[in-house]
Design a protein around this ligand. Structure first.
Ligand code: ZN
Ligand code: ZN
Length: 371
């Protein structure tokens, strides 16, 4: 197995090892202690999967605060100290930080409602400074460990199987919502925790809405059908978009499909360690520009995913983040033409030492569903 060198060492995957890496950053941030409130970050650092918790971390150790509903769950999942408290967890954490004689307290301001920030500042009183330490754990999460990659790989495979199983059942007369129900049913039957986001199914001209809300529109012959779906498995997301045609596609649909596929393949080919996200985005945009379709490509080329469906890095036109082995991103260019329809093709890919591995196994051929 290949081992990466120097700074980009393979990230540790046990929770205590992750917290140990965090303490290095704590010194860098010049804070005495950090309070984490963003649940995916808490899960990453402790394993806790409940919906109410705060994590206080300092050089003297980490304490997870949660309420009595999660007492047993926390004992089972978490390998650091747990304090079960009633009422406002922030009050309890502030008390804890006072006991530790904290002078500078780091918080995740970007993920906190403004009202919480105000309240925390007031209860802390003078003598303690609040510091915004947003993004620290997100930075650790950006490169996945082998164990995380294994889970994402299985999440992607499960998602594709759910799609492929459902494709056989799709027929004119079904509504978009019925297709969503079938996809999510298949996903759960295959062992998913659930969908990673609201499944998108759009038919006909509605495929031109990049985030179409599925409705009661019925599938008809001679239409584009777009499915954008992702599963969550053991907390980790997958993400895929495919477009098929009900009945034989016309010339225009074929041209759009070919152009988007070419753009998607070009962007995938750019992915490797050392390349900037902006360059990957540009590869897709350049292909579409040749067909004068770039103005219909109205979003960025992709995004990182893991414990959240959208996480760093964003693969966009002005993103300078340099890809590293172990990052997992989507590549999903699309074109959207009002009153006609849209095509988006999305895979989940892994940045490897040598370049890229496309994790999504589903075919990108322009499938025709016989009607
Ligand atoms: Zn998607
Ligand atoms: Zn996506």
């Amino acid at each position: 197995m290949l081992q990466s060198e120097g700074l980009n060492a393979v990230p540790e995957s046990s929770f205590s090892q992750r917290r140990a890496r965090l303490l290095g950053l704590l010194a860098h941030a010049k804070a005495d202690a950090l309070v984490f409130s963003h649940l995916p970050n808490i899960r990453y650092l402790t394993g806790f999967t409940g919906s109410n918790a705060l994590l206080l971390a300092s050089a003297t150790g980490a304490v997870l605060y949660t309420d009595p509903r999660y007492e047993f769950q926390a004992a089972e999942e978490v390998d650091c100290k747990v304090t079960v408290a009633r009422g406002d967890l922030w009050e309890v954490v502030i008390h804890g930080s006072r006991l530790r004689r904290v002078k500078v307290l780091g918080v995740e301001a970007e993920k906190m409602p403004h009202s919480s920030w105000q309240k925390v500042r007031t209860s802390l009183g003078g003598g303690v400074r609040l510091k915004d330490c947003s993004g620290m754990v997100e930075e650790l999460r950006i490169v996945k460990s082998d164990k995380e990659i294994d889970i994402i790989r299985r999440s992607v495979a499960l998602n594709s199987r759910a799609y492929e199983k459902t494709l056989r059942k799709i027929a004119p007369g079904m509504t978009e919502i019925e297709v969503v129900a079938e996809l999510e049913y298949a996903m759960r039957r295959l062992g998913a925790d659930g969908p990673a986001f609201e499944t998108i199914v759009a038919v006909g001209a509605r495929t031109a809405l990049p985030h179409a809300r599925p409705g009661h529109n019925r599938l008809k012959n001679n239409q584009l059908l777009l499915v954008d779906m992702g599963a969550t498995l053991e907390g980790y997301a997958s993400d895929m978009t495919r477009v098929v045609h009900l009945g034989r596609p016309g010339a225009r649909a074929k041209v759009l499909y070919e152009a988007v596929l070419e753009a998607q393949l070009a962007a995938v080919q750019e992915v490797r360690p050392g390349i900037r996200c902006a360059e990957v985005d540009r590869a897709a945009r350049n292909v579409l520009r040749r067909g004068k379709l770039d103005r219909y490509f109205t979003h960025s080329t992709g995004h990182g995913l893991g414990l959240e469906i959208h996480e760093a890095p964003r693969v966009g036109a002005r993103v300078e983040t340099v890809l590293e082995a172990g990052m997992v991103i989507t590549i999903e260019p699309g074109v959207y033409i009002e009153d006609f329809g849209g095509v988006r093709i999305e895979d989940t890919v892994l940045v490897t030492e040598k370049g890229v591995e496309v994790l999504t196994p589903t075919t990108k051929e322009f499938l025709v569903l016989a009607t």
